[in-house]
Design a protein around this ligand. Structure first.
Ligand code: ADP
Length: 264
C-alpha cells in the first residue's frame, strides 16, 4: 500500500537517548524484535507533508551500504523516524576515538563502503546534499553506511540551508553549491572527496581554524585541502579529481568505486 512507511506506534518501544541531532533527540528503540534508532523531529522544524513525501521515497531506497529507513510514526508526538541501529555510532566520532590505531585496509574499506552506498544513490537519481563523515554510521563489524540522505532539504531553518549562513556546511560544499545552490551527484562527489580527507586524517575537521569565508576565498584561488599523512598518493589523486572546479570534470561514483577497489 501507499502507507508502508507508516509504522504502528504500538509496535515501537523507546529506550534511552543515544544522541542529539539537528532535528531532535535520537533514541535507542525496539521495533518488531529489532534494535532500531528512533529520530524524533522537533515540532515546527520540518514540513510534515514534505516529510511524508520524503518518507515514501526513502522507503524505496534499500542497499547494504545505506542506513535502512524502516518508516515513520506520524501518530506519535513528537513525530519520529525509525532507522537501522548502528552499534558504532557516527564515522567522525569513530575515527577520532581510534586515532593512531586504524589500519590502511580499514581506512580504504571505509571509503569503498561509502562510495558503494553513494553509487547506489547516484544510480537511483537521488542526491544526498549533506555527505560528510558525521552523516555516516559504523556497524558492529566496522562497516560504514551512508545516513541522513535528503534530510537537509526539508529543514525550515535557513541558517542551515543557505550557503551564506553560519551553520551551512561550506567546508563540504562544491563551489557551484556555494555560489548557486546547484546540487547534483557531482556536488555529492566533491563532498565525498572531503569525506575521504576526513577518513585519512582520522577524523580531523577540514580547514581547521579557518572561517567559511576564508575557505571560499582559498577555493576560488584554486587551493585545495592538503594530502593527509596517512593517504597514499593514489588516494590523494582521487580526492583531487573530486575537487575539480567544473562538475563535469569530476568522476561519478561508479567510476570512483572502481578506482578505489583497484587500490590495495
Ligand atoms: P543529525 O545528523 O540530525 O545532526 P545524527 O543523525 O548525527 O543527527 O544523530 C545524532 C547522533 O545519534 C549520532 O551522532 C549518533 O551517535 C546517533 N545516531 C543517529 N542515528 C543512529 C543510528 N541509526 N544508529 C545508532 N546511532 C545513531
Amino acid at each position: 500500500s501507499n502507507d508502508q512507511w507508516e509504522l504502528d506506534c504500538s509496535e515501537l518501544t523507546l529506550g534511552q537517548e543515544i544522541g542529539s541531532g539537528q532535528f531532535g533527540l535520537v533514541l535507542e528503540g525496539q521495533w518488531k524484535k529489532r534494535k532500531v534508532a528512533v529520530k524524533t523531529i522537533r515540532e515546527g522544524y520540518m514540513s510534515e507533508d514534505e516529510l511524508r513525501e520524503e518518507a515514501k521515497v526513502m522507503m524505496k531506497l534499500s542497499h547494504h551500504k545505506l542506513v535502512q529507513f524502516y518508516g515513520m510514526c506520524s501518530q506519535c508526538s513528537p513525530l519520529c523516524l525509525v532507522f537501522e541501529f548502528m552499534e558504532n555510532g557516527c564515522l567522525s566520532d569513530y575515527l577520532r576515538a581510534r586515532k593512531g590505531s586504524l589500519s590502511q585496509d580499514l581506512l580504504l574499506s571505509m571509503c569503498v563502503d561509502v562510495s558503494e552506498g553513494m553509487a547506489y544513490l547516484e544510480n537511483s537519481n537521488y542526491i544526498h546534499r549533506d555527505l560528510a563523515a558525521r552523516n555516516c554510521l559504523v556497524s558492529n563489524n566496522n562497516q560504514v553506511k551512508v545516513s541522513d540522505f535528503g534530510m537537509t532539504r526539508l529543514v525550515f531553518d535557513d541558517q542551515y540551508t543557505s550557503s551564506h549562513c553560519s551553520k551551512f556546511p561550506v567546508k563540504w560544499a562544491a563551489p557551484e553549491v556555494i555560489k548557486y545552490s546547484k546540487f547534483s551527484s557531482k556536488s555529492d562527489i566533491w563532498s565525498f572527496g572531503v569525506l575521504m580527507w576526513e577518513v585519512y586524517s582520522e577524523g580531523r575537521l577540514p580547514y581547521d581554524n579557518r572561517t567559511n569565508a576564508e575557505v571560499v576565498e582559498s577555493l576560488n584561488a584554486g587551493l585545495r585541502l592538503l594530502k593527509p599523512r596517512l593517504a597514499p598518493d593514489a588516494i590523494y589523486v582521487l580526492m583531487e579529481w573530486c575537487w575539480k572546479e567544473k562538475p563535469e570534470d569530476r568522476p561519478c561514483f561508479t567510476i570512483l568505486l572502481h578506482e578505489l577497489a583497484s587500490i590495495s
